[in-house]
Design a protein around this ligand. Sequence first.
Ligand SMILES: [Zn+2]
Length: 207
Amino acid sequence: MYILNFILGACFGSFYLCILDNYPNFFNHSRSICPYCHNELKFYHLIPILSYIILKGKCAYCKHKISWRYPIFEIISGITFVLCYQNFTFFIASNIIVLLAISISDIRHGIIYDSLLIILFILIITHYSIDLKLCLFILFIGIFLSINNLIGFGDIKLLAIYSLIFDLYQMCLILFIASLIALIITKKRKIKFAPYLSFAIICILVI
Ligand SMILES: [Zn+2]
């Protein structure tokens, strides 16, 4: 089970870095390409960690060095998945991994990818019976707030997804924890809110 979880985590890490590096072209390519020579990579060039070792950290075609962050992130993602699964259910462990990815993408690119939100949505609807009322309310208020640039629409979508399983009290708590930590950590007016929201959501999920 450890090995299976590690492989799952490593694959997720690999897939995620792939989206990050190829965005916004990710969905235009049916296969991954080398960012330097633009050759299409074969499936055996994309095996997490192993391909890096076998190819000695170089592209199979142009021999350009592949960044070390690929295997490192894949290993970290694999270990996180194992550790999470040890202590939490599959639902919580996978939520933590996806929220981590959402936080990194918000910090790096200032955007929350819909692909990650869709993964969260599928995770939630396959594990819980959902309640649409609060979700619609948050989307309604959220559209108004994001038009006035008070909060990003990505953050609203993230909140709306979790309002499918959390009640109003829990949603207020998430906003309160996230805002409080953001206030303590940063003095900037325009902040990337997703990492704070993710942290607060994980707190509520774990408690
Ligand atoms: Zn290449």
